[in-house]
Structure formats: structure tokens, C-alpha cells
Design a protein around this ligand. Structure first.
Ligand SMILES: C[S@@+](CC[C@H](N)C(=O)[O-])C[C@H]1O[C@@H](n2cnc3c(N)ncnc32)[C@H](O)[C@@H]1O
Length: 267
């Protein structure tokens, strides 16, 4: 692929998704887009990109952005945020006599994070109404989260056999999450670059392992918009290796009793 085509594609991808590719990622574009190119009848990835950049084809843009996302996720990823639901966030919601507690799983991929939150709530028998909203830019993963069907390999990544027995039922093509868990969750397509103010705010936002793909400037903008979606004193949890340092002064970091950090919105 010509360097100029690669550069123009990188600009397109960043504009549409925030995902920033470094110069050495040409192989990644070739690998991820070869299937899309073939399925659309293009002889090469370069030809696919030329078409993408010369036409306003929303479906093609969606398929290309989808193919460029990294959807790696696990059940109960990193452990501590889910232990913190049990030790801190849910007890605080009970103490505050909340009738409804709202959690946003931003960049939720195939839904494991949202379902892990719901399983934790089920096991803690939370007395309030818990609403968990999962959003992701990729339509393919959002559809998979809505289906809630997982194979043994993906269930094996972080889910204990006891929880599999308790919360899944055998389906034709894998294991389906039970309604007892899925009833608290809803999934929709959402681009973090296009966040709009919502009428109902969140008590807690999980935005984990996605900011790493963005420029510092994009991260700062997204964090600012996320702050606007939180209730006063609401919390944000980032990925284990991510931090808000030099990105926002609207939050105070708090060490969690279970390890890791949560960021509390200043009132
Ligand atoms: C590595 S996964 C992280 C999933 C989950 N949060 C976790 O920590 O296990 C990153 C997800 O971010 C999504 N993503 C990338 N850019 C996005 C954007 N601009 N808006 C929303 N989601 C995005 C990808 O589609 C992908 O599913």
C-alpha cells in the first residue's frame, strides 16, 4: 500500500472512531481489512481504501471501522472493579437509599463487563433497581452482546464453572446468559466521539481499555463528556493500566478498598 494511501486511511479512521494508528501499523490494516476487501469484491486492501475515501458510503465506513476495532475482553476483567461493586459502590447506593442505580459500560465489546456487573448484583441481592447500559462503536459486538450467547472458549476466560452452571443455559451454538442476569442490561451502538448529553445520568461509568487507542486530545475530550453524563459525586473506572493524569481536573482519584483507583467527579 502506498504510504500516502495509508496516511489518508489513518486520518479517516481517527476522524470516525478516534483510533490512532502509528506508522508501523500498516500490516494491521492489511490483515484486518483483507476479509472486508474480499467480501466487497476488491482485489486489494488498497483498492477498498480508495473506494472508501472517494465515496460517502456509510455502510462501507461502518464495516471498515468495525474491522479495525480490537474487541478483546474477559469476564470479571482485573477482578478489583467487581469486588469494589460489592465492597463499596453497592453498599454506598444502599446507604444513600437509591431506588435506581445506573451503570454505563462504555466500549462494552461483546458484553462480558456488563454481564459481570449484573452477576455481581445478583450475588449481592442488591435491593435497588440496577440499570446497566452497554455501548460500543462496533455494531457486530453490540449485536453479539444482545444475543448473549458465548462459546466455551470465551466463557473459559474469567468465568468460573459454578457461575457458568448458574447463569447460562445451553443454546444451539453455545451458552446463553439467563434472563435473571440479562434483564438488567441493555446494549446499543454508540461512538465515544459523538457523546450527547443524556437526560438520565449515571452513578458509575466503566470506560476501560479503550482510551489507549486515542490521542491525548481525544482522550481529554471524551473524559470531559463522560464527566457530563455522571451524577454529582459519581465515579469513573478506567482500565488497570490507564489513568486520568494530565487529562482532566474534574475528578479526584480515590484508592479502592479492593485495589486499583476510581475517579470521583468533583461536585
Ligand atoms: C479492548 S475492548 C475493551 C472492552 C471492555 N471495556 C474491557 O475492558 O474488557 C475496546 C472496545 O472499544 C470499542 N471502541 C473503539 N473505539 C470506540 C469509540 N470511538 N466509541 C465506542 N467504542 C469504541 C471497540 O469496538 C472495542 O469493543
Amino acid at each position: 500500500m502506498k504510504a500516502e494511501t495509508f496516511d489518508r486511511f489513518c486520518a479517516f479512521l481517527e476522524q470516525h472512531s478516534g483510533i490512532l494508528l502509528s506508522r508501523d501499523k500498516q500490516y494491521l490494516v492489511e490483515t484486518r481489512l483483507s476479509r472486508v476487501a474480499r467480501s466487497k469484491g476488491h482485489a486489494s486492501v488498497e483498492s477498498l481504501i480508495e473506494t472508501l475515501l472517494s465515496r460517502r458510503d456509510r455502510m462501507l465506513a461502518r464495516d471498515v471501522v468495525d474491522a479495525m476495532t480490537t474487541n478483546e475482553t474477559l469476564w470479571f476483567r482485573d477482578g478489583y472493579p467487581f469486588a469494589a461493586l460489592e465492597k463499596k459502590f453497592f453498599p454506598e447506593a444502599v446507604a444513600a437509599k437509591k431506588a435506581t442505580y445506573r451503570i454505563w459500560s462504555a466500549a462494552c465489546s461483546t458484553g462480558q463487563e456488563a454481564f459481570s456487573i449484573s452477576i455481581t448484583a445478583e450475588e449481592q441481592r442488591v435491593p435497588f433497581n440496577l440499570e446497566i447500559v452497554g455501548t460500543d462503536i462496533s455494531e457486530a459486538v453490540v449485536e453479539k452482546a444482545r444475543q448473549g450467547v458465548f462459546d466455551d472458549l470465551s466463557l473459559g476466560r474469567g468465568l468460573s464453572p459454578e457461575r457458568k452452571r448458574q447463569y447460562f443455559v445451553k443454546a444451539n451454538d453455545g451458552w446463553k446468559i439467563s434472563p435473571q442476569i440479562s434483564r438488567r442490561t441493555q446494549f446499543r451502538v454508540g461512538n465515544l466521539l459523538e457523546l450527547r448529553p443524556e437526560s438520565r445520568r449515571y452513578d458509575l461509568v466503566f470506560c476501560r481499555n479503550v482510551l489507549i487507542y486515542f490521542s491525548r486530545e481525544t482522550k481529554a475530550k471524551i473524559i470531559d463528556r463522560i464527566a457530563d453524563t455522571l451524577v454529582p459525586g459519581g465515579y469513573l473506572i478506567l482500565g488497570a493500566s490507564e489513568s486520568l493524569t494530565q487529562l482532566s481536573d474534574r475528578f479526584t482519584p480515590e484508592r479502592l478498598p479492593t485495589g486499583g483507583t476510581a475517579y470521583r467527579l468533583k461536585s
